[in-house]
Design a protein around this ligand. Structure first.
Ligand code: DX5
Ligand code: ZN
Length: 220
């Protein structure tokens, strides 16, 4: 379905208080918690992995929307599933040949598969993954270069969102990077329904107001 899914990016939270931060976001109306997995390759940053997902899972029933910015996603499927990940989104740039095997492993491990594309990757590259016999269930259109929170939204990426929405009316389409009160109108108008927001939520005096604004803009 294309109902709004607002997903605070926990990379902008206080990692030393992750369980409390997660509860705070859910209490403020977040649907999902976006977990950015970076391991020092594919992107030049290092965040968290399966051990932290496993620790967090003991404190929340929330949908953990895991975005794997890694070159070898296959190696993480079982670890992430065992840790309690809900969604497993890999990058199309690193899944050229083996994506069908990857998607079926993600599904049989009990997670929901998604595919992400970097700003420089043409949207056509994900079409086969949405149309296959065992398709992905979400496409994540990166609206910044992956690696760091707090960057500027790239409005040109909305062409990709519009192309996906025209072709796939009921697909979950996620946008990630630089989303906040200024960018949400463009993203919602283009057809995105899953909204990741890090610095705009955690940096706001009233994060709940930002979450509500993102949701009502997508619902319009
Ligand atoms: C970037 C990550 C994003 C990022 C979003 O590589 O995938 O999830 O943390 O943060 P903001 O909303 O601050 O751009
Ligand atoms: Zn992300």
């Amino acid at each position: 379905g294309v109902s709004p899914k607002i997903a605070p990016s926990m990379v902008s939270s206080d990692f030393a208080n992750l369980a409390a931060e997660a509860k705070r976001m859910i209490d403020l109306g977040a649907n999902w918690l976006h977990m950015d997995i970076m391991v020092g390759h594919f992107v030049p940053n290092l965040t968290i992995g399966a051990p932290v997902i496993q620790s967090l899972r003991k404190h929340t029933d929330a949908y953990l929307d895991c975005h794997l910015m890694v070159t070898n996603p296959m190696d993480y499927v079982q670890h992430m599933a065992t840790a309690g990940a809900s969604g497993f989104t890999f990058h199309v740039e690193v899944a050229k040949e083996n994506w069908q095997e990857l998607v079926s492993k993600i599904k049989s491990a009990g997670m929901r598969p998604g595919v992400a594309l970097k700003p420089g990757t043409p949207v056509e590259h994900v079409y086969p993954l949405v149309e296959g016999t065992s398709p992905v269930e979400m496409v994540l259109v990166m609206t910044v270069e992956p690696g760091f929170g707090g960057q500027k939204f790239m409005p040109d990426m909305m062409d990709k969102v519009r192309a996906l929405r025209d072709k796939y009316p009921s697909l979950d389409i996620q946008v990630d990077g630089g989303l906040g009160p200024l960018a949400i109108d463009a993203a919602a108008a283009a057809g995105a329904n899953c909204i990741v927001a890090g610095s705009s939520v955690f940096g706001a005096p009233e994060p709940g107001d930002v979450i509500s604004l993102l949701r009502t803009t997508v619902e319009k």
